[in-house]
Design a protein around this ligand. Structure first.
Ligand code: PLP
Length: 395
């Protein structure tokens, strides 16, 4: 079905025409001098989005999952202990990936709707007198539940425990949409991808790597070939790639960074906050509940919303798609059938978000949800009218 409606899934996100055109380039010789001069400035500019002056950017032709794999295989050895909390599908998948690579994974199970438990991390790390835990892994934005965790608090917990473990952060659905402070939070590896805040096609894993992580790489024994940081960094140092680069995505990333800097990163973050708050006002007006347990955990990139008792969220998302041609996120894992998600990240304006709210509201009314038609849209309209910000540019 040809469909001009924006998507309201939490990634891949809508691709603005400017970025579609930037990626629409004919094949070029990646060994030619002009490509060699293209890539280095892109890597340099990407550092600004992670907010780092000290770390290295490493990219791979992969999705975020490849980024997870690159992070652990470059820094850890079989049997190494890692500490991670599970509070949604994506933290669970990273745990699964670590387990399959033969790591000794210590999992803290948390209720879905909560976030990274800094206090519990501190207790476990304080008890690890021999410093056997080599890495703490944290999902910054749990896309399944719409929860944003406080990475600064995790860093403070690690420091309070005086623990030298690496801090690895999944920022796949947060980077370039909400503030990320790689240096200030003392992150060692941050993993992201091209298809969410960067508004590009899927296919590039984008990592930021500290010197401490690079030092760990020297003794790490997990197997890696395609994802070897050393091969990638050595080739990048002369403007090249260890294999065929995803040229179109590199041109796309160059243009995406230009768009983000033209809008200004603080304005990008403010726009995401305003749009997210509009969605939350709508949820409140409908009388529905967010999965995120408290306002300090609310994600500005995705809201997961419980449907009332007796309703099936999959029927709602199917109905919105089949009847109105609009996609919303389904409930994942434990939330299957119980919650739907509204993605509000990337290339979106007030008017686009209102179209999503209006549509899901119609779908709920069609299915006899106990909501008042127009109530959520009106609440978001009031919020958007009352808050200043960039309204016309998609990004
Ligand atoms: N981490 C988070 C928080 C995600 O939202 C996703 C995908 O949605 C991933 C990791 C996995 O990324 P990918 O699907 O690009 O492999």
């Amino acid at each position: 079905m040809s469909n001009q409606n924006p998507v309201f899934i939490p990634g891949p996100t809508n691709i603005p025409d400017r970025l579609r055109l930037a990626m629409q380039v004919q094949t070029q010789d990646h060994r030619a001098p002009d490509f060699v001069q293209t890539f280095a400035p892109v890597l340099e500019d990407t550092k600004k989005v992670f907010d780092t002056a000290t770390a290295q950017i490493v990219t791979f032709p992969a999705s975020g999952t490849g980024g997870w794999e690159a992070a652990i295989t470059n820094t850890l050895s079989p049997g190494d202990k890692v500490l991670i909390a599970r509070y949604g599908v994506f933290s669970h998948r990273w745990i699964d990936l670590c387990t399959r690579h033969g790591l000794d994974v210590q999992v803290i199970d948390c209720p879905w709707g909560s976030g990274a438990p800094a206090d519990q991390f501190q207790t476990v790390l304080t008890g690890d007198k021999a410093h056997e835990i080599r890495a703490v892994l944290v999902t910054h934005n749990e896309t399944a539940t719409g929860v944003l965790s406080d990475i600064g608090a995790v860093r403070r917990a690690m420091d309070a425990a005086n623990h030298p473990a690496l801090l690895m952060v999944d920022c796949v659905s947060s980077l370039a949409s909400v503030p990320f402070e790689f240096d200030r939070w003392g992150v060692d590896i941050a993993v992201s991808g091209s298809q969410k805040g960067f508004m590009l096609a899927t296919g590039m894993a984008i990592l930021c790597v500290s010197q401490k992580a690079l030092d760990a790489m020297e003794t790490a024994e997990l197997h890696r070939t395609f994802f070897d940081f050393r091969d990638m960094m050595a080739a990048n140092a002369t403007g090249g790639f260890p294999y065929t680069p995803p040229l179109q995505l590199i041109y796309g990333l160059r243009e995406s960074l230009k768009m983000l800097f033209e809008e200004g990163l603080p304005n990008v973050y403010a726009r995401h906050h305003r749009l997210a708050e509009g969605v939350r006002r709508a949820v409140d007006a409908w009388g529905l509940e967010l999965v995120a347990q408290s306002p300090d955990l609310y994600s500005d990139t995705v809201s997961a919303i419980y449907v009332p008792e007796g309703f099936d969220s999959n029927i709602l998302t199917d109905h919105a798609f089949n009847t109105y041609g609009m996609s919303f996120g389904v409930g994942l894992g434990q939330l299957h059938g119980k919650a739907f998600r509204i993605g509000h990240l990337g290339s979106l304006t007030d008017a686009m978000v209102l179209s999503g709210l209006c549509t899901i509201e119609m779908a709920m009314a069609d299915l006899s949800y106990p909501i008042t038609l127009g109530s959520g849209v009106a609440a978001a309209q009031e919020h958007f009218r009352a808050t200043p910000g960039n309204r016309t540019e998609a990004a």
